[in-house]
Design a protein around this ligand. Sequence first.
Ligand code: EPZ
Length: 430
Amino acid sequence: MQELVIHGGRALRGTITASGSKNAALPIMAASILVKGTTILRRVPRLTDVETMIAILRALGMEARWVGQDSLMLRSRGADITVAPREWVRSMRASICVLGPLVVSRGAATLPLPGGCVIGERPIDLHLKGLRTLGAEIYQDTHQIYARASALKGGRVKLGGPRGSTCLGTANIMAAATLAQGETVIEFAAKEPEIQDVARYLVACGAQIHGIGSSTLRIRGTDRLEGCEYSLIPDRIEVGTYLAAAAATGGDVCVEECRPDHMAATIEAIERMGVQIDVGRNTLRARRAGDLRAIQFSTAPYPGLPTDMQPQLSALLCLARGAGAVRESVYPERFTHVRGLQRMGARITRRGHLAVVQGVRKMEGTRVGATDLRAGAALVVAALAAQGRTVISKVAQIDRGYQHIEKRLGKLGARIRRREARWAGSRRSA
Ligand code: EPZ
């Protein structure tokens, strides 16, 4: 087990380049199962979740390998394996995205129930409902999902749930529909940029998808998808995290090669906290001279404020002047970062899906643990601004979504290093 050691209190300064989007990469890699030729994916982040998806695809008989620093070659070799490997699928929620492509292209799928971040209940009922509407027979027990279909047929699928649409559910059903017979209409489709990216990849392979970026997608099934070369969109959550880190430390950071048009709600929230954000065509620069101001914010599906930015923005709020409030509308239980922030001196009171944050002048470094990916990112943001030394254990969680985090923050002037955890068994971890 590894941990990060951060000596806080240094303003971050400098320029970094955005990585490609993890949450676009994973469903696109899964969708490549549908393709007859070779997919070359560009700008793929070197993350453990991406490596997990590579392992799943290989176990399903695909050829998947890195070609160069950030390009992936994916090729279906005519395999007919339909049983996904338990050890990999259990470790990552996005593995559910192989279900639709396997059923439509290989006629069956057996998938252990996927795992993932500990951010509350994460049902898959909408994925299964969508595939059943297209004609798949699905049976589920406590451990596995079994699905089969001789041929999927287009239909009308509603993917709205109690907390909005489902991102990966939309990717899953849309991918399956590209090879189904006839037309599929997805209502209440997710509009997130990552899901638009999945649609654009499929179109580049020859799929017919209309309404990309809207809540109604019309997909006309085709017989065959061909390989293509495709470059992923930048990771708006990674970019937002670095902007939050710049703001927390009173620094001045420019992120290049990003898509500001994907980030309006994040930019607006950080600006309301008193941070200046300069928006270029594909750059974002965050700088803060005065105090951070407390605000109220609420997460929502795109174009609302992403739930994946909530923990990092909550960390920022801990350091603001006055009392702020957070409403988590997508994952009401997504507050595992609160305990670590409290240990660092934050004053946070949680009631259900709400958290009230009373700003403090300083937070103090201590030992904390990354309970999940974005909770870990929030602790990094807080640690960079805190007085003294913070040790963050369970870095593997952070490595799922941030490539080379210590190198990139180090380049911006942070005092941060990674080390093997000492006495991991005997020490208390938060
Ligand atoms: C994606 O997860 C992302 N993961 C998550 O990012 C992100 O938090 C989430 O979308 C919301 O934006 C990937 O892309 C790999 P959902 P997904 O289905 O698609 C409910 C990160 O930090 N729901 O859009 O699995 C669900 O409970 C990760 O990078 C159902 O009710 O999320 C939630 O309240 C963590 N039934 C809401 O919909 C279903 O069948 C949205 O979830 C599916 C979901």
